[in-house]
Every structure is written in structure tokens, then in C-alpha cells.
Design a protein around this ligand. Structure first.
Ligand code: BV8
Length: 253
């Protein structure tokens, strides 16, 4: 049996009394669903590639098939993944607090699958496909023969995943909503993110500016840790259900 998780009383009370709760999630919250985190060593065929290298417009232009196949592999992984207790706990928190906003860097739809409604996808969604030329969503396309690239049915341009690559701007409305929510939060959770990628990694500081109680949930230290009021060290799939039980002891899972 692992060590018992201890949730500090002041954290449980702060969540129970919070009016505007914001959670920023990263790849770590999906790790217990079997989706490799962004900086975990990639497995199998993709072990020799650095995700940061592949998730760029330059890589796509240089080798569209390699990038398309990497996303096709990840889409299959994500399609087979189920939300874990950490995702379900965030859906429960949304139902229990007056106002809840979930800001995710993840592209795997697992928060929506777990039942969260107010989800802001900062980096897009791997299951949505768009035309590289026209930048518009494409619902159906012909699977190409082996060495061709899937083409837009409207203009014949190359298709790509509707995710934000390094060097690309985030969707303006999503980023604005995320900043506004973080600025008005009184309780801010950062969960399963290495706190490296900008501008997502700056959102906790908007909450700190607004004197929110800030809590990091991550098995490891990150560049955000020193700025957080509290750090709950452990996997989010264990910590988040324990946090709910501590905040609402009358609520039996
Ligand atoms: C932009 C979609 C304007 C694609 C992704 C300012 C300063 C420095 C650099 C920049 C800056 N502004 C812009 C940049 C450049 C760049 C950037 O931030 N670079 C970094 C590397 C320094 N940012 C951009 O390009 C952004 N665009 O700002 O445009 C601009 C452009 C150029 C120059 C200036 C301005 C676009 C960023 C979006 C990139 N797209 N994803 C795809 O998925 O393929 S980001 C990618 O990283 C994923 O979305 C991922 O979610 C995200 C962040 O990683 P994490 O989620 O944190 O995951 P990671 O693996 O790193 O960490 C996992 C964590 O989980 C770990 O801490 C681990 O301990 C923990 N964990 C593990 N298990 C568990 C767990 N936690 C809890 N429970 C567990 N069980």
C-alpha cells in the first residue's frame, strides 16, 4: 500500500470555500490513462524522435508524412485511452464549486470524456484535422495511397492536425479566456505540467497576481513549484480524489 496521501487542512478548506476555481492541466494528468507525457521517452518507432522537433511547422514542411504518421499514431493511442480518476475528480469539482474553468494544454479530449463542460483547449485537439493551406477544419478526406499525403477535399492542400505547433500562435479567444479566468481565480490548481511551455506556463502568475491560493499537483518539482503556496507531490489520479474527500468529507465516492 503506498504512503497515505495527506491533504493539508488549509488546502481542503480553501477549495471548499472557493468561488472561482481554475485548473491548468498538462500531459501528466493523462499519464495514468496510458497516454505518454510530452517529455517522457517516446516508445517504439518514435523513440528516436524529439516531440519538440516533430511538433513544428518546419518539420511538417520538411517531412509531412513523418509528422502526419506521428500524429496518426498518437490519435490511435488517445482514441484507446479512458479518463482516469484524476480526470473524473476534476469533473466532480466542476459540479461542486460555484465557478470552475479547466484550462488544458492537452490535445486528447480526456477532460471532455470525463464530463468537464467548461474546457479551454490552449493547444488544439489531435482528433480535429484541418487544411494546412486554408486553415479550416476538414471532417472527411480520402485516405491516400501509401506514399501520398491526405489532401483537403476543397482545395487539394495538405491536411494537418488541428493542434498548436511550437512557433505558432495559440487560438486568440482561448488564450484570452484562459488569462481572464486565471486573473479572477481565488483557487488555482496546476496539475501534471512541467511548467516549461509558454504562454501556458505564465497563467499561474496571473492567479498569483490576483492573490489566489495556488496548488501544484505533480510527482516532481517544476519551475513553478517555488511560486506555489502548496505542492501536493504524487500522481494526480491519487491526489485529486483525496483532495475531494478532504474538501467535502460528506461526499463519499
Ligand atoms: C507561441 C500541441 C508566439 C502539439 C504543444 C517565451 C519564452 C520562451 C519560449 C517561448 C516563449 N513564448 C513562446 C516560446 C516558444 C515556445 C515555448 O514555450 N518553448 C518552450 C519549450 C520554451 N512556445 C510556443 O511556440 C507557443 N507559441 O507562444 O507563439 C511565439 C512564437 C515563437 C516565439 C515567441 C512567441 C506554442 C506552444 C504550444 C506547443 N504545442 N502541444 C502536440 O501536442 O503535438 S505543447 C506540448 O507541451 C503539449 O501540449 C504539452 O502539454 C505541453 C506542455 O508539456 P506538459 O503538458 O507540461 O507535459 P510534459 O511532458 O512537459 O510534463 C509532464 C509533467 O507531468 C511532468 O512535470 C511530470 O512530472 C508530470 N507527471 C507525470 N506523471 C504524472 C504527472 N503529474 C501528475 N500525475 C501524474 N501521474
Amino acid at each position: 500500500m503506498g504512503d497515505a496521501i495527506v491533504i493539508p487542512t488549509e488546502v481542503a478548506r480553501a477549495l471548499r470555500e472557493a468561488r472561482q476555481v481554475v485548473a491548468l492541466t498538462g500531459a501528466g494528468i493523462s499519464a495514468e490513462s496510458g497516454v505518454p507525457t510530452f517529455r517522457d521517452a517516446q516508445t517504439g518507432l518514435w523513440a528516436k524522435y524529439d516531440p519538440q522537433e516533430l511538433a513544428t511547422p518546419q518539420s511538417f514542411r520538411r517531412n509531412p508524412k513523418l509528422v502526419w504518421d506521428w500524429y496518426a499514431w498518437r490519435r490511435e493511442l488517445v482514441a484507446a485511452a479512458e479518463p482516469n480518476p484524476g480526470h473524473f475528480a476534476l469533473a466532480e469539482i466542476e459540479r461542486r464549486v460555484p465557478q470552475f474553468t479547466l484550462i488544458t494544454q492537452n490535445v486528447d479530449s480526456l477532460h471532455q470524456k470525463a464530463g468537464n463542460i467548461a474546457v479551454i483547449e490552449l493547444h488544439g485537439n489531435i482528433s480535429r484535422i484541418k487544411c494546412y493551406e486554408e486553415d479550416r477544419i476538414v471532417d472527411h478526406w480520402q485516405e491516400p495511397d501509401e506514399d501520398d499525403h491526405p489532401r483537403c477535399p476543397h482545395c487539394g492542400g495538405m491536411l494537418r492536425p488541428d493542434v498548436v505547433w511550437f512557433g505558432e500562435m495559440l487560438p486568440a479567444a482561448a488564450l484570452r479566456q484562459a488569462i481572464n479566468a486565471s486573473r479572477s481565480a481565488d483557487f488555482f490548481l496546476t496539475i501534471g505540467t512541467s511548467g516549461i511551455v509558454q504562454p501556458a506556463a505564465s497563467l499561474p502568475f496571473e492567479a498569483i497576481e490576483n492573490r489566489a491560493i495556488t496548488v501544484e499537483i505533480n510527482p516532481s518539482e517544476t519551475p513553478l513549484s517555488a511560486w506555489m503556496h502548496h505542492a501536493l507531490r504524487g500522481p494526480s489520479g491519487v491526489i485529486l480524489p483525496a483532495l475531494i474527500a478532504a474538501a467535502w468529507p460528506e461526499f463519499i465516492v
